[in-house]
Design a protein around this ligand. Structure first.
Ligand SMILES: *[C@@H]1O[C@H](CO)[C@@H](O)[C@H](O)[C@H]1NC(C)=O
Ligand SMILES: *[C@@H]1O[C@H](CO)[C@@H](O)[C@H](O)[C@H]1NC(C)=O
Ligand SMILES: *[C@@H]1O[C@H](CO)[C@@H](O)[C@H](O)[C@H]1NC(C)=O
Ligand SMILES: *[C@@H]1O[C@H](CO)[C@@H](O)[C@H](O)[C@H]1NC(C)=O
Ligand SMILES: *[C@@H]1O[C@H](CO)[C@@H](O)[C@H](O)[C@H]1NC(C)=O
Ligand SMILES: *[C@@H]1O[C@H](CO)[C@@H](O)[C@H](O)[C@H]1NC(C)=O
Length: 895
């Protein structure tokens, strides 16, 4: 009889908590005992280079780069040009090894498994000098039977092969035809053939990220010994049966049964919060055995549903699943279960050809607003739960309700989805394929199948995930022939595409999870792409599905540039991160816009030029003779440009949600590219590496506000639309003010009331020829004035104040260099910045350097003499420290 489960080592406690809590009851021997015992091999391992010249301790979970950095053998890999300097790390074939003793008598158990939750990526695994398995997919869980090899004292060794050389080898072995792209663009300074390895695709470089093809064991490793069976996965998915008016909960328990005979048992499922308990008799069969249980919640019980952020509570219920198996074995799992439904509506729309594309959550159409998520670090072992929480909370604080986990990164760790469940962030989950064609030889497809099954079972109980998507941009890559494949070969690649995403991934999703929609790609025409055989002629068709849209050259203040699509799941503009973020990885010689460092960090061809060209459409470029001031002013201006561009574009999408114009519209989603950064470099992100908010993120908080007035001009007529994500209609007042740049007193003001702003709609509230408005606000001209507006519903509710520029700001007349002073006052853990200005100031920017935290607002148009802004620190700070770090500028300061 085994004793109790040995306590986890300190280093792996976090990992154990990540998994569903496994409670092993300490009952009297013979009465009830767990069918398994296990322990983690997380902690310190020995890491060696192939020739043994480098040997050091390294943590698991972790990677070689992190081990080298932690032991001072390399500098910060993100510092300056170190991504190039350290390319040798990824080219070597490293060896991970560890000796360990089994802390219990394994001979008393029928079977012993070695389980890797994640190996990065290509390795041969030896236990006591015997090969027990091989790995080549970082997204799979690997379980190796080591019953024969395990001893009291053991040596485990992983011989890694460089991911770079493996990918090249696989590509070379694929002799029938090429699978493009061969290599990333030179500007990305990356390595080739990433599509031949099931590894984080952006780890070979991306247009916003460095090439760090890591090697290591990136998730937990465990030895698990068991009798009769092991529970591999426990999933639960709710469905609402409208005919019966009640919720059903489907619970699936996936067992690996080692017993040679079938055996029975009982399961008790209880959800105390719903006064529900049910018992089931079950029978398990040798081999893989899945036990489906269906539980219905009596309709006389009120079930509170899970709602996305901004739409209600994220209520969840504790649930216990208790297995009592023949032979006195007992497994108990505690988890949290949430009830919500999701539908993707693709249906004809009156007045338009094509199909709608929008989500209903719990039966309510919801406008999807948010951004795209990329890996938070090149080294996953540095992505702490605190770092995730900070980034995800920042998404919520910017009024986002959705993030798309983009297909070029990783299926995120369990805590990511747990936090999203808690915060009400919906997830559009891509499978990890991006911007490439992929091979479909049998071994590759088998590997992808195992990956897909594992990830669906691991993730499908999370209410946050609302859709699965087969890949990022691979349908459009084929349809638009991005890789210039000869027309005679096109069919071959289309067949590969259909094999991978339609015949395999889609089939697996349909079999494993009937509770969510699936699309084969993003962007896609959805049902129309399927009707066209998987690859649509034009996946960017605004009448169907989602689109991705990028245009850096056109004037982004002109909304006519943007597609009036059903759903826009990517769009964006680059900017530079702030100086305090760059400073951490650069030296003074790097601090100019054209330095070799600035060119090195820019991975998007002509990106630095594009930013200035876009900025120059509406702003004067910085001219300061002091090179450092000039650099900082330029960084600031790129953020101003980005924030204003994405504001204009997002407001266009939001105001297009309720109308059809020329057959286009009913836009029901806006996810800009991209939320977060992987390192300190220019990119499309609104959050810098480390979590600091760029100006765009402060703007997002406004342009994603549940209630928003949107101003724009069409043919000389000025319109204000009211956009509402609220669940009720409201009687509102619209306040419109016109300011001269030269005065803090408004020239004219107007109240329009009462107006009705309808729940979940966008509709015009105000319409006036611009010439008329200017005439009434004498002496205003387009160049000398700016319009502000806001909505209020009594004291109950108000929108942020929005504004509309009447000319490019480089042409603004009367705009002075404002003198803005700030008095900082502490109120418990919050600091208030009492601002006072001498003039109207656009794009006022408060920057406290490296002090972690965020402001209540930033980058705003200051039209009042006094304004108070709050600072929420993420770490303790002081008035002195804030005063010392504060840098405050507005647009005219850079002129
Ligand atoms: C790192 O790489 C840069 C650019 O390739 C080079 O100039 C520099 O000398 C290298 N530094 C080290 C320490 O090798
Ligand atoms: C491991 O096996 C190899 C050959 O399979 C043998 O040469 C070597 O001595 C063995 N090492 C140990 C420590 O048993
Ligand atoms: C549902 O609850 C009602 C009221 O408590 C009870 O009368 C009924 O028997 C329950 N139905 C089932 C199927 O348990
Ligand atoms: C959300 O939870 C709060 C606090 O428990 C409660 O007062 C409120 O009624 C809930 N809202 C909804 C829509 O259920
Ligand atoms: C749910 O379970 C958690 C963790 O065991 C516990 O802290 C919490 O109090 C429980 N909630 C309810 C409502 O029982
Ligand atoms: C960078 O170099 C380009 C080309 O030489 C030049 O046009 C541009 O003005 C420079 N930009 C800055 C900010 O120095």
């Amino acid at each position: 009889m085994p004793g109790m489960l040995p306590g986890p080592q300190a280093s792996c406690q976090r990992l154990l908590v990540l998994q569903l809590l496994l409670l092993l009851l300490a009952a009297a021997p013979g009465e009830s005992r767990p069918p398994s015992a296990g322990f983690s091999l997380a902690g310190s391992w020995l890491v060696r280079s192939q020739d043994g010249s480098v040997a050091l301790p390294g943590l698991v979970p972790g990677c070689v780069h992190s081990a080298l950095f932690q032991h001072g053998l390399i500098q910060d890999p993100y510092y300056r040009f170190n991504d190039l300097n350290y390319s040798w790390v990824s080219l070597d074939n490293w060896i991970y090894s560890k000796e360990f003793r089994i802390p219990f008598d394994f001979r008393k158990w029928q079977k012993v498994n070695l389980i890797f939750e994640g190996v990065d990526t290509v390795a041969e695994v030896l236990l006591n000098n015997v090969t027990v398995g091989k790995t080549d997919n970082m997204f799979q869980r690997y379980t190796f039977d080591v019953t024969e090899e395990i001893r009291d004292m053991n040596t485990i060794v992983l011989h890694f092969q460089s991911a770079v050389s493996y990918a090249a080898q696989q590509s070379k072995a694929h002799t029938g035809y090429q699978i493009p792209p061969e290599c990333p663009e030179p500007v990305q300074k990356g390595v080739c053939h990433v599509n031949f390895i099931r590894k984080e695709q952006c780890s070979f470089s991306w247009d916003w990220g460095p090439s760090f093809p890591t090697q290591g064991i990136w998730k937990d490793v465990r030895i698990v010994a068991y009798d009769i069976c092991q529970l591999d996965y426990l999933t639960f998915t709710p469905t609402y049966v409208s005919s019966a008016g009640e919720w059903n909960l489907k619970i699936e328990a996936y067992f690996d049964v080692v017993s040679s005979k079938p055996f029975g048992g009982q399961v008790t499922v209880s959800i105390p919060g719903l006064q529900t308990q049910q018992m089931y008799n079950i029978e398990l069969h040798p081999g893989k055995s899945m036990i489906p249980l269906l539980m219905n919640i009596n309709k006389s019980i009120t079930v509170e549903t899970w709602w996305p952020n901004g739409h209600g509570n994220q209520t969840g219920y504790n649930m216990t699943v208790n297995f009592k198996l023949e032979g006195g074995y007992h497994i108990e799992k505690l988890t949290k279960v949430y009830f919500r439904t999701v539908e993707l509506i693709e249906a004809p729309i009156a007045g338009s050809s094509g199909l709608s594309f929008y989500f209903k959550i719990n039966g309510l159409p919801i406008f999807i607003k948010g951004s795209n998520w990329i890996p938070a670090d090149s080294f996953q072992d540095r992505v702490t739960v605190d770092a995730l929480r900070l980034l995800l909370q920042s998404a919520v604080d910017a009024n986002m309700n959705t993030l798309r986990v983009w297909g070029g990164g990783v299926y995120e760790q369990d805590e990511f989805y747990e936090i999203c469940d808690e915060l009400g962030l919906m997830i559009w989950q891509d499978f990890m394929f991006a911007c490439a064609l992929y091979p479909t030889d049998q071994a590759f497809v088998e590997s992808v199948r195992a990956e897909a099954v594992h990830q669906i079972r691991r993730l499908k109980s999370h209410p946050s995930i609302i859709i699965w998507s087969g890949n990022n941009e691979n349908e459009v890559a084929l349809a638009s022939n991005w890789f210039s494949v000869p027309p005679s070969k096109l069919q071959l690649y289309i067949t590969d595409y259909v094999t991978l995403y339609v015949k395999n991934i889609r089939e697996i999703v349909l079999a494993e999870d009937q509770t969510r929609p699936f699309v084969t790609s993003s962007p896609t025409n959805g049902a129309e792409s399927m009707a066209e055989g998987g690859v649509s002629q034009n996946p960017y068709d605004p009448h169907f599905g989602d689109v991705h849209f990028y245009d850096y050259a056109s004037d982004c203040w002109n909304w006519k540039v943007f597609p009036k699509a059903r759903f826009v799941s990517e769009y964006g503009f680059q900017s530079w991160p702030s100086f305090s973020t760059l400073e951490k990885v650069s030296s003074p010689e790097d601090w100019s816009y054209n330095s070799s460092f600035s060119l090195h960090r820019q991975h998007h061809r002509d990106g630095n030029t594009e930013m200035l060209e876009q900025a120059a459409i509406h702003f004067k470029l910085p001219q300061n003779p002091d090179p450092l001031v000039m650099f900082k002013d330029t960084l600031y201006l790129t953020q101003v440009m980005q924030a204003q561009c994405i504001k204009t574009e997002t407001e266009f999408y939001r105001r297009s949600q309720s109308e059809i114009v020329d057959g286009k519209g009913h836009t029901m989603g806006a996810l800009y590219w991209q939320l977060n950064d992987i390192w300190q470099a220019p990119s499309w992100a609104s959050l810098e590496y480390g979590g600091k908010w760029k100006m765009l993120h402060y703007f997002a908080r406004h342009f994603f506000s549940p209630l928003l007035p949107v101003g724009f001009e069409d043919d000389g007529v000025f319109y204000i639309y009211g956009v509402s994500d609220l669940h009720k209609d409201y009687k509102m007042t619209l306040n419109v003010r016109v300011h001269q740049w030269s005065s803090l007193q408004p020239v004219c003001a107007r109240r329009v009331e009462p107006l009705v702003v309808k729940a979940g709609q966008a509709a015009p509230l105000y319409k006036e020829p611009m010439a008329e408005l200017l005439r009434q606000c004498s002496p205003c001209t387009r160049q000398s004035c700016v319009v502000s507006f806001s909505l209020t519903a009594g004291n109950e509710l108000s929108s942020p104040t929005n504004h509309h520029f009447l000319s490019s700001l480089k042409d603004a007349v009367g705009l002075e260099k404002a003198k803005i002073t700030a008095k900082i006052v502490q109120q418990e853990n919050i600091y208030s910045f009492e601002l006072e200005t001498t003039a109207v100031a656009p794009f006022v920017w408060l920057d406290v350097g490296s002090i972690p935290g965020r402001f209540s607002d930033n980058g705003f148009l200051l039209t009042e003499k006094k304004k108070t802004i709050l600072f929420y620190p993420w770490k303790s700070t002081s008035i002195t420290e804030l005063e010392r770090s504060l840098h405050l500028i507005s647009l005219a300061d850079i002129y």
